[in-house]
Design a protein around this ligand. Structure first.
Ligand code: UDP
Length: 326
């Protein structure tokens, strides 16, 4: 299959591109390189620089490339930033995605896999969260992703664009060559590892007064290569789906303090930590009910222990302490 991946130079997109290629697909890798890294894109991918906010640019990619399916990864994803600048998130995560859908319908491309998020659920009313749990986002990031999810059934009804929505829990870990290197890092595991390496002077736990087993937030960490493999499975069944929305998580949560302990154990370094205020927009607990993707997609995650996930990130971080040098 010829698969167009938007956001292909990003953390998860780059791993999906590599996975597509190793599974014999052609990967057309789109990115504007505003957040992603050119060096993260597999050398055998067809790299096309593209600004998704420009419909003519998006459409011209579909005119010049043979495309069978789209995996739409591009977007803004930092919860904290979304609380400061919601408009940026609604533009990037809704309007830019609409440009992709419009280009698809004009060029008769009818398979669309959408990168969504556990942030659509907001503050959970039940744990674990199943795909039918109530969606009530508590930050603009989750709200923008949920709005875009709601657009997709109309493109199916009107234009026959088959879609699959994959709601990621917390992507983490690294492959041998690809890892997490955001220009402004805000994620727990890379920050812990940068602190371990002495690249940061301090690490702060955001909040210790949540109603959880140790007072810190709990998240369901899923390895980036397991996320990638779920996309390949989704593409295989997208024309005859059992369902169109899947949680991608392990089904087990680790608290921020437990992740800190795992990072100390894996690195063998003390990693000094202080307790700080809550970060606005953070739900206390996010854990997936994760059996539906296993059953319907025939997918099973290879990494289920936080130590293995942190270890993979640590091996990568030691090899590439400064991330990608573009
Ligand atoms: N977190 C933290 N200190 C940091 C970065 C993150 O305590 O320096 C916490 C954050 O408040 C959340 C958890 O780690 O409870 C996971 O945050 P991350 O940004 O990695 O992912 P998110 O859940 O926001 O997608």
């Amino acid at each position: 299959m010829n698969v167009l991946v938007t956001g292909a130079a990003g953390y998860i997109g780059s791993v999906i591109v590599a996975d597509l290629i190793s599974n014999g697909h052609v990967a057309i890798a789109l990115d504007n390189l505003s957040l992603g890294h050119r060096n993260a894109i597999h050398p055998n991918a067809i790299f096309v620089p593209c600004d998704l906010s420009n419909f003519d640019q998006v459409s011209s990619v579909f005119s010049t490339q043979e495309i069978d399916a789209v995996i739409h990864m591009a977007g803004q994803s930092l919860v904290g930033e979304s609380m400061q600048d919601p408009g940026k998130f609604f533009r990037a995560n809704i309007l830019n995605g609409l440009n992709v859908l419009e280009a698809m319908r004009h060029h008769n491309v009818r398979k669309f896999v959408f990168s969504s998020t556990a942030a659509v659920y907001g503050e959970p009313t039940e744990i674990p969260l199943s795909e039918t749990s109530e969606c009530a986002p508590i930050n603009p990031y989750g709200a923008s992703k949920l709005q875009f999810e709601k657009i997709l059934p109309w493109y199916l009804t009107t234009y026959g664009i088959d879609y699959m929505i994959l709601r990621y829990f917390n992507a983490a870990g690294a492959t041998d060559t690809l890892g997490e290197a955001h220009t402004t890092e805000s994620h727990l595991i890379p920050i812990l590892l940068e602190t371990a390496l002495g690249l940061r002077s301090k690490f702060e736990i955001f909040g210790s007064d949540y109603n959880t087993r140790d007072g810190s937030c709990i998240r369901d960490y899923i390895h980036v290569s397991d996320l990638a493999s779920a996309h390949i499975k989704a593409l295989e069944v997208i024309s005859q789906p059992t369902s169109r929305i899947y949680n991608l998580g392990i089904g087990h949560g680790y608290s921020n303090l437990e992740v800190l302990e795992a990072a100390r154990a894996i690195t063998g370094l003390p990693i000094e930590a202080t307790i700080g205020a809550r970060r606005s927009g953070d739900p206390p607990v996010l854990i997936a009910r994760a059996d539906k993707a296993r059953k319907d997609l025939g997918w099973s995650p290879r990494f289920v222990e936080i130590e293995h996930i942190v270890n993979s990130a640590w091996l990568w971080k030691k090899k590439y302490p400064n991330g990608y040098v573009d």
